[in-house]
Design a protein. Structure first.
Length: 308
């Protein structure tokens, strides 16, 4: 299979959700530069998911067209199963097919767990986890029939590692990893791939998180060096035929660094022929395993060096 350098997704039709700003916008524009026909989906809501504005999606489409690319704007919501179907249909109506879905749409409702409301939790899950399911499920019908397709889900180290005040966001983002792996397993027989990226970028979403101490302020200044565009090349690669043997993986991008992230596997084990009792767990299991316990870390503890 011959791929044209600089045009890795030539002729493919790619849907990017949440593509009106930030990382989604960067991915959409780079997809177009590499030859893809792009559906730019964005409802133009606030960070909390409120309101709507058709202009962000249309501005990205205008930018792509001005550069000689092909794009169509769509402002349907990923949160409804029926409205997500309209996003996929927009690709079919505009370009005749669909080859890749980038599940990037997201909102923030950060609050410490013991003050989080049911509405705070449900709204974030609905957009990111349920939205990723909705989009993937509708695209899957077409991918199965054409025996080809790719999903790229934007996860987060908030879920992979940990974060404060983001129980809803972290749960949604880690749920997307499990969703991606299940899609990869179920649809492998149809040559459909599914992978995740945990991006890093200074966007309106990350800018909304306040610095609570001098150390956090220093991290924010470092973070500003990492633009949304740093995440787009990996997404384009994963959408392309060059990644035809890459599926079920979790990557992280951080400025000029790309990481392959670990997945849950057994670390240590103990066997007790006569079975376990609560007392035996306390007396034998815990002392034997505790040296392998994971510390209670956040993303900044694991990625402690400056972006390079």
């Amino acid at each position: 299979m011959k791929l044209t350098p600089g045009r890795l997704v030539e002729g493919k039709v790619v849907v990017v959700t949440g593509a009106g700003r930030g990382i989604g916008r960067a991915i959409a524009t780079l997809m177009a530069q590499h030859g893809a026909r792009v559906v730019v989906n964005d409802i133009g809501a606030s960070l909390a998911g409120e309101g709507g504005d058709r202009r962000p999606a249309q501005e990205v489409v205008d930018e792509i067209r001005k550069s000689g690319g092909e794009a169509a704007a769509n402002c349907d919501s990923v949160t409804g199963f029926g409205s997500a179907a309209k996003i996929v249909q927009c690709a079919l109506d505009s370009f005749g097919r669909i080859d890749c879905v980038i599940n990037n749409a997201g909102i923030l409702r950060d609050v410490i767990f013991h003050k989080m409301t049911e509405q705070d939790f449900d709204a974030v899950i609905e957009v990111m986890l349920k939205g990723a399911f909705n989009m993937s499920r509708h695209a899957a019908d077409h991918f199965r029939k054409q025996e080809a397709g790719a999903f790229v889900h934007m996860t987060s180290t908030s879920g992979l590692i940990g974060a404060m005040g983001q129980a809803n966001y972290s749960a949604a983002k880690l749920g997307m990893v499990a969703l991606s792996k299940s899609i990869a397993i179920d649809m492998q027989r149809f040559n459909v791939r599914s992978n995740c990226i945990a991006p890093t970028a200074w966007t309106r979403m990350t800018a909304s998180i306040p610095a609570k101490d001098p150390a956090a302020a220093r991290r924010i200044e470092r973070h500003k060096q990492v633009t949304a565009e740093h995440n787009a090349p990996l997404a384009v690669f994963l959408a392309s035929d060059a990644a035809r043997d890459v599926t079920g993986q979790v990557f992280a991008a951080r400025k000029n660094e790309i990481f392959l992230m670990s997945q849950s596997r057994p670390l240590r084990s103990m066997h007790r022929g006569e079975g376990w009792t609560p007392d035996a767990c306390a007396e034998h299991l815990h002392p034997a395993l505790k040296s392998a316990y994971f510390p209670l870390e956040r993303t900044s503890d694991v990625f402690s060096w400056d972006p390079i």
